[in-house]
Design a protein around this ligand. Structure first.
Ligand code: MN
Length: 269
């Protein structure tokens, strides 16, 4: 079995090393990962600057791009044909809304986009020093996660409760919950007197939603959430169609002359 590993914390991150050590028990591991921290880059792909690859040790290739770039180049340039893509282990949760910002999750989604079953793994603790303690529990979990990912043929998003709350109480299938950060912006001056801003508050609220990934972590359970890449809110399609029909927009010719266009600011009923 060939396992392609990536992350968004950079190729030197402890979480990647631990994931590689756990994964090596089950197959050959090849790593293509960003050369530095890329957390929060989501599914960004680099189109307007060149990318460079550098093998830093056998089987470990650093890329000066995003996790998406890494998986893309691994599959389409390096010719790696993995059975699975693993992304992580991220030091910090990827629960609820986090998945929209996460580079860790995007690395896995990119694998699934090209037909490779993929797994994103995050540790719900920011204590990176505790990463080594995850090796054995992860190694124990991996065979089950491999089987789940292969069957679902998509992405599975795995969140692990803090290792200092072991023993974990079990593993559950979940849906995305909701996770809200405080809307804090820290404004300061740099040493040359110019303003800079730092986004991100520490305070987090997670509404109690039965069956959610957030609840699972709060209950000390490993959370496994299947993710797709279809963001369509299907419940709104009918009302949009209705509004368009009411506004007679369905019959509007594409090459409408300006007279027939609805003036800007007209309220659609
Ligand atoms: Mn990260």
């Amino acid at each position: 079995m060939l396992l392609l590993l990536t992350n968004d914390d950079g190729i030197h991150a402890p979480g990647l090393e631990i994931l590689a050590r756990a994964a090596q028990r089950y197959g050959d591991v090849l790593v293509v990962a960003p050369d530095t921290e890329r957390s929060g880059v989501s599914h960004a792909i680099t189109l307007y600057k060149p990318l460079r690859l550098r093998e830093i040790r056998p089987g470990w290739t650093a890329c000066d791009g995003t996790p998406t770039d890494c998986v893309y180049l691994a599959l389409h340039h390096l010719g790696i044909k993995p059975d699975l893509v693993l992304s992580g282990i991220n030091p910090g949760p990827n629960l609820g809304h986090d998945v929209l910002y996460s580079g860790t999750v995007a690395g896995a989604l990119e694998g699934a986009h090209w037909g490779v079953p993929s797994i994103a793994i995050s540790h719900c603790s920011s204590k990176e020093a505790e990463m080594p303690r995850l090796e054995l529990p992860i190694a124990e979990l991996l065979p089950a996660l491999f089987a789940i990912a292969r069957k679902s043929q998509g992405t599975i998003n795995v969140n692990l409760p803090p290792i200092d709350r072991q023993p974990w109480k079990g593993v559950v299938a979940t849906r995305l919950g909701q996770r809200y950060y405080s809307n804090e912006v820290i404004a300061r001056n740099d040493p040359r007197g110019r303003h800079y801003f730092w986004i991100g508050g520490a305070e987090v609220t997670m509404p109690d939603i039965a069956g959610s990934d957030c609840n699972a972590i709060r209950d000390g359970l490993v959370s496994v959430t299947p993710l797709g890449d279809d963001l369509t809110r299907t419940s709104d399609i009918a009302h949009i169609a209705e509004q368009l029909e009411t506004a007679s927009l369905l019959t509007l010719p594409v090459t409408a002359d300006l007279e027939s266009l609805i003036p800007l600011g007209t309220e659609l009923s």
